[in-house]
Design a protein around this ligand. Structure first.
Ligand SMILES: [Zn+2]
Length: 176
C-alpha cells in the first residue's frame, strides 16, 4: 500500500501532473471539467489525497467538500443560468463507481436533459417537471456506450491556480 495512488490518474489530475480544465483549487481539492461530461459544465471535485470512497474523507475534508458542492452549484445556477444541479457520488462498484479515486460529480441540470432521475419525478409546487418539456432535446449525446473510464489525459492546458470557482472556464464549455 506504499505510495498509494501513485498510478491513479485522478491523483495525477488532482495534483496537476496531468493537465485538466481547472475551475477551482485549494489545499485539499481540485475541481476540473469532466472530459466526458453528462451535461456541458459537468465538474469533478477531487480530493488531492488519494481517497477511494467518501467515508474515507476526513471530517474537515468532508465539510470542505460539502461547502464546495454548494458553491459550485450556486455558481452554476446563478452564473451560468442552469436550472439545477445534481451532486452525485458512487461509493463502491455496486453503486456504479468505476474510478479508483473518489469523484464528487456536480452536474448542471436543464429541463429535458434526459439525465438520470434517482427518484420518480413528482410535481413540486413552483418547480417544472420533465413532463412540461417537449421531447427531442437529446442533441448529439448519442447512446450511452457504458465504456470504461478513458485513460487519455484531458487535452486542455492547465490554467493558473484559481482562487475562486472559474466560471469562465465552465461558461466557455457551456457557450461552445
Ligand atoms: Zn487517486
Amino acid at each position: 500500500m506504499a505510495e498509494e495512488g501513485q498510478d491513479c490518474i485522478f491523483c495525477q489530475i488532482a495534483n496537476g501532473q496531468v493537465p485538466a480544465k481547472k475551475v477551482y483549487e485549494d489545499a485539499s481539492f481540485m475541481a476540473v471539467l469532466d472530459i466526458n461530461p453528462a451535461n456541458p459544465g459537468h465538474v469533478l471535485l477531487l480530493p488531492k489525497t488519494h481517497t477511494s470512497v467518501y467515508p474515507q474523507l476526513s471530517e474537515s475534508d468532508s465539510s470542505g467538500a460539502g461547502m464546495l458542492c454548494k458553491k459550485i452549484s450556486l455558481a452554476m445556477i446563478q452564473g451560468l443560468g442552469v436550472q439545477g444541479t445534481t451532486i452525485f457520488v458512487a461509493n463502491g462498484g455496486v453503486a456504479g463507481q468505476r474510478a479508483p479515486h473518489l469523484i464528487i460529480h456536480v452536474i448542471p441540470r436543464m429541463q429535458g436533459d434526459n439525465l438520470f432521475q434517482p427518484h420518480p419525478v413528482k410535481p413540486v409546487d413552483g418547480m417544472p417537471t420533465p413532463a412540461d418539456v417537449p421531447e427531442g432535446k437529446k442533441e448529439d449525446k448519442g447512446e450511452d456506450e457504458g465504456e470504461e473510464e478513458k485513460k487519455d489525459p484531458p487535452s486542455d492546458k492547465q490554467a493558473a491556480p484559481a482562487k475562486e470557482i472559474d466560471l469562465d472556464a465552465i461558461a466557455e464549455v457551456l457557450g461552445g
